[in-house]
Ligand binder design. Structure first.
Ligand SMILES: Nc1ncnc2c1ncn2[C@@H]1O[C@H](COP(=O)(O)OP(=O)(O)OP(=O)(O)O)[C@@H](O)[C@H]1O
Ligand SMILES: [Mg+2]
Length: 373
């Protein structure tokens, strides 16, 4: 190493201490003139009286890192160039430091290999990263457990009803059939109920699987109105069944959006389905469902579904997005929960507002395709 004037040497030492950075120079084969800066000794917890040697560093490598480093090192010293190694070094006191080492390898006189390098102690950064990763993992876990817990509680509650009904009807069948002259139409009716209840249980499980199984999303760039048109015939069936009119108010020239089309179509279908069911429940003529696409205030594409039905039941507003919340005899209470989950996966939200002068209005934004935003 070229000599460094006293002041500059002090400055360098101080700088290395601040940066947790040490420098080394050594030869392969070991010719006895190796060098470790004082910071290398401090970093690795090696007594300053020890002679610097590369073998000493290898001896201190964490067992899990040793083979990988040895392989990389023996491969690198066959040639010249650069080598970067990242490893844990176990100090004599048992504590481990995370080291990032960088070397430049060149041929010295006589053909030996000269390695000049820096050792950077990144333990603090690694520890902080590990802590952050752990915290994030815990957070995800807690979030998942909370929803799973909710869902599990809901499943047992929801499945209990059809299962209890099935048991009752089956017992009734047994009693009826044990009579000298069984009332076959009544047996048949009870069997019909069993089928219906079993189908209801099946439907609950089917929809839950759809909600829990996070199928790979397939995002594509699409025109928002095409999403509506893609499910138009399904929506018209709903409207016909509820004897209501379906009106499309689709803004022309909307920017394209980046979404999982199938999932967003499912949201639209769920919302129209709810609107149609709300209108059916009133039994009054004049029902209307409006599906609207427009530029939203935030510069995003807004899709809304509104109806002029009875609106939400009293006290329902706070609960409609909860899984299994339903006011319908045949409902599973999953339509809005699934829709909300889908939109959250799109970094969007499903909002509810009362419709004017009556009815309900659900709206959500769609993320614009990148080139348009
Ligand atoms: N357009 C609407 N008008 C009035 N009430 C609504 C409307 N949409 C939803 N709701 C209320 O929100 C509740 C939850 O809706 P959600 O779609 O989650 O479940 P559901 O329709 O009851 O059952 P599912 O969709 O699983 O068959 C409904 O039971 C209903 O009370
Ligand atoms: Mg629904």
């Amino acid at each position: 190493m070229s000599p460094i004037p006293g002041d500059a040497q002090d400055l360098l030492r101080e700088a290395q201490e601040i940066a947790q950075l040490g420098n080394t120079e050594f030869y392969v084969p070991d010719n006895g003139v190796n060098y470790w800066s004082p910071q290398v000794y401090r970093m690795l917890g090696i007594d300053p009286s020890e002679r610097p040697s590369h073998a000493r560093i290898f001896a201190g490598l964490h067992p899990e890192d040793r083979d990988r480093c040895l392989i990389a090192w023996s491969r690198a010293i066959r040639g010249t160039g650069r080598l970067e190694l990242s490893y844990r070094f176990v100090r004599a006191d048992g504590s481990a430091r995370h080291i990032e080492a960088r070397y430049r390898l060149s041929r010295a006189e006589g053909g030996s290999l000269r390695a000049v390098g820096t050792l950077h102690d990144v333990t603090e950064r690694k520890t902080a990263e590990d802590a952050a990763r752990l915290a994030q993992a815990r957070l995800n876990e807690v979030g998942r457990l909370a929803t799973l817990g909710e869902i599990a509680a809901g499943i047992s509650h929801e499945l209990n009803q059809p299962l209890a009904a099935i048991t009752n009807y089956a017992r009734a069948c047994e009693r009826l059939l044990a009579m000298p002259q069984p009332d076959m139409p009544e047996v048949s009716a009870a069997l019909g109920e069993i089928t219906a209840q079993a189908m209801r249980a099946g439907e609950i499980i089917h929809r839950l699987r759809g909600m829990i199984r996070h199928r790979e999303t397939h995002r594509t760039v699409v025109a928002p109105n095409d999403l509506v048109r893609g499910v138009m015939s399904l929506l018209e069936m709903d409207a016909r069944a509820s004897r209501s009119t379906l009106r499309f108010d689709l803004a022309p020239d909307l920017p394209r959006v980046l979404v999982d089309g199938v999932q967003i179509e499912q949201v639209i279908v769920n919302l129209v389905h709810n609107a149609a069911e709300a209108l059916t429940s009133t039994g009054e003529p004049g029902g209307e469902i409006v599906i609207r696409t427009a530029m939203g205030e935030s510069g995003q594409v807004e899709v809304s579904v509104s109806d002029n039905g009875p609106g939400l039941a009293a006290g329902a507003e706070a609960r409609i997005f909860e899984p299994f919340f339903t006011t319908k005899a045949e409902g599973t209470g999953l339509g809005l929960a699934i829709s909300r989950t889908i939109l959250e996966a799109h970094r969007s939200q499903l909002g509810y507002l009362p419709n004017q002068p009556r009815g309900a209005r659900f709206a959500f934004n769609l993320p614009l395709a990148p080139e348009m935003s």
